[in-house]
Design a protein around this ligand. Structure first.
Ligand SMILES: Cc1ncc(C[n+]2csc(CCOP(=O)(O)OP(=O)(O)O)c2C)c(N)n1
Ligand SMILES: [Mg+2]
Length: 619
């Protein structure tokens, strides 16, 4: 057997360089680059290997380990999971900084490869700087925290363990059903250790991403159920987009006339103005989709994990006889709500189902109701885009202006706050990759780091990050990375002095917005003047081109200025915290205190108990 003498760090880089993914006959390198922040846990191991291979693998230096994993996840999402980035960190805090974003990647079913440094395998120098010691085990480090948030986890204590671990890591990352964060913890001594690795490990390898077909008898059962439906609805989730099944979905919807409601991850599966598009579904849904869901007798779920935001905490589907059919690569998801489980790839299954429901059409009354609901929603969106006329702009108005400034292929990126709900309802998506919402984890701080990953994956598209002041203050520093790399993104920062979203939620549970505004402390609490933050100066200090919006009239010009600038730009706009977009025939289960001295809480509890009666079990 021919071998190559390499360190473990060098072997990892050589292996990663040889991995490709393939689907529908197209191949691409699976790992498109490596992000990393060095410390003693990785500088001499992977650091040396990256230096030696710098002409063949691009190394990116970010500002924060959590952010680099968000960037990798966004990159993977934008490439429909056919590519990702690797992330290396030192041991201890550098490693645990990645935890939050690892959970985000796994929840969103996005492949990311995490390579945290780890404590000495030999233990000779223990405890090393930043080592957390356990009185009950020497075989534990902070990297064990990655186990529940990773879809595959390993620690390489001997070089011989590396080959099976890397192969398993690749299998998981390229598996549509198992994918998520993959963590290989690398003790700092082992990273630098040399070993005679078999040459075959470094041979080019193509990981084909399959299009699994569903069980035939279940397809027949699903077709029988669907063709009996008088009020069906399709729920399109992220799986439709990841599987590149948007055209198949469009054909299916056109032929059957069934309306398509979209989850946050599925938005854009159909263009907003397609006749069968019912728009956003669920807690942050449109009146169109939520009314259709309310009456639906058969729900065809495609590529969704049916989170509470989609099902309106299990209140969205009110028809007592409603039945579900669920298409999903993951058995876990396909069986939810006692659905007829079609375990397989969204595109393949849609094609097979299509062939079995030939001639089926929704009733005329249904088709007419869909047209009327859509027209009503269009008028409602226009009303919200027109704004309130108040001195301070409403968030909906800003969304309308951003929408008007962008082309059909441009991408908006967002994750947390009140923006995701408003965007889900109002954004007029025209391209399956044009609406990039991280709403599986809804992680404040994802936005700018994520925007960077989106732009790296799609340099030919304009990328606009919409971010609240709260999220911006949590993680704005990747603006520096964007500037350093010459990767142009546009950030629209909406300043409303804190948490408008949670402020509104707090009011709705009787808690008066407590602790959700950025105000100076007084003797009574946090109820003084607004905390003055100069966002324009802050963004400028990080190297961004900054445009401040003074009034309504200057907003379109400011957006144009930012979009046409060659540099990463930030548009700072103040918005009215109380001018919220309401809910549309929906509900979200947030339990209210059952006993309280506050009248507002007792009232909210009474309303909660009333509303909760809408919640259903699906056995
Ligand atoms: C990391 C993280 N911490 C806390 C939350 C809970 N949370 C959701 S939205 C939000 C406030 C977001 O504030 P901002 O970005 O200003 O948006 P706004 O609500 O004002 O629209 C908080 C604290 C979260 N989603 N992520
Ligand atoms: Mg805010």
């Amino acid at each position: 057997m021919r071998t190559r003498r390499l360190t473990v760090g060098q072997a990892i880089i050589e292996f990663l360089l040889a991995q490709q993914s393939e689907r529908d006959g197209r191949t691409q390198p699976f790992i498109a680059g490596v992000f990393g922040i060095f410390g003693h846990g990785n500088v001499a191991g992977l650091g040396e290997a990256l230096l030696a291979a710098r002409d063949r693998v691009r190394f990116y230096l970010p500002r924060n380990e959590q952010a680099m994993v968000h960037t990798a996840a966004a990159f993977a999402k934008m490439t429909n999971r056919l590519q990702t980035l690797a992330c290396t960190s030192s041991i201890g805090p550098g490693a645990t900084n990645m935890l939050t974003a690892a959970a985000g990647a796994t929840i969103n079913r996005l492949p990311v490869l995490l390579l945290p440094g780890d404590i000495f395998a030999t233990r000779r120098a223990s405890p090393v700087l930043q080592q957390l010691e356990s009185p009950s085990s020497l075989d534990q480090s902070v990297n064990d925290c990655f186990k529940p948030v990773s879809r595959f986890w390993d620690r390489i204590n001997r070089p011989e363990q590396l080959a099976p671990s890397l192969l398993e890591a690749m299998r998981v990352m390229t598996s549509p059903s198992d994918t998520g964060a993959v963590t290989i913890a690398l003790p700092q001594d082992v990273q630098a250790e040399a070993f005679d690795f078999p040459d075959d490990l470094f041979a080019p390898r193509i990981w084909s991403v399959p299009r699994a077909r569903a069980d035939l008898s279940r397809l027949d059962a699903a077709a029988t159920l669907l063709t009996s439906a008088r009020q069906p609805i399709i729920v399109a989730g992220g799986g439709v987009i990841y599987s590149d099944a948007c055209d198949a979905l469009r054909r299916f919807a056109e032929r059957t006339g069934i309306a398509v409601g979209e989850t946050q991850a599925g938005k854009g599966a159909l263009p907003f103005d397609h006749p069968q598009s019912a728009g956003a579904l669920g807690v942050t849904g449109t009146s169109t989709a939520n009314r259709l869901a309310h009456d639906a007798d058969v729900v065809l779920v495609i590529g969704s994990r049916l989170s509470d935001f989609t099902t309106a905490s299990n209140s969205a589907f009110a028809n007592p006889d409603v039945r579900f059919i669920a298409v999903n690569v993951a058995e876990l998801d396909a069986h939810k709500r006692s659905a007829v489980a079609l375990v397989g790839d969204a595109r393949s299954v849609l094609e097979d189902l299509d062939a079995r429901v030939t001639g089926y059409q929704v009733p005329d009354t249904y088709a007419r109701a869909l047209i009327a609901h859509k027209a009503e929603w269009e008028r409602e969106s226009d009303r919200l885009f027109a704004g309130t006329g108040a001195t301070v702009l409403s968030q909906a108005e800003v969304i309308g202006a951003v929408s008007a400034a962008l082309g059909p292929r441009d991408v908006i990126v967002c994750a947390a706050g009140s923006l995701p709900g408003d965007l889900h309802k109002l954004w007029r998506a025209r391209d399956p990759k044009g609406y990039h919402l991280e709403y599986g984890y809804s992680c404040m701080g994802y936005e700018i780091a994520g925007g960077l990953g989106v732009k790296m994956a799609a340099p030919d598209r304009e990328v606009v990050v919409l971010v609240g002041d709260g999220s911006y203050l949590m993680m704005a520093q990747e603006l520096v990375t964007a500037v350093q790399e010459g990767i142009k993104i546009t950030v629209v920062l909406l300043d409303n002095h804190g948490f408008s979203s949670i402020g509104g939620l707090s009011q709705s549970v009787g808690c008066a917005g407590f602790g959700t505004e950025y105000r100076q402390r007084t003797e009574h609490g946090l109820d003084g003047e607004h905390v003055a933050v100069d966002f324009a100066a802050n963004a400028a200090s990080l190297g961004a081109h900054v445009v401040s919006v003074r009034d309504r009239a200057s907003l379109p010009g400011a957006l144009r200025d930012a979009l046409t600038s060659r540099s990463t730009s930030v548009v700072v706009v103040a918005v009215d915290r109380e001018a919220r977009v309401g809910g549309y025939e929906s509900w979200w289960d947030v339990p209210v205190a059952e006993t309280s001295a506050l009248d507002a809480v007792r009232d909210a509890r009474a309303a909660y108990e009333r509303d909760r009666k809408r919640q259903r079990h699906f056995f």
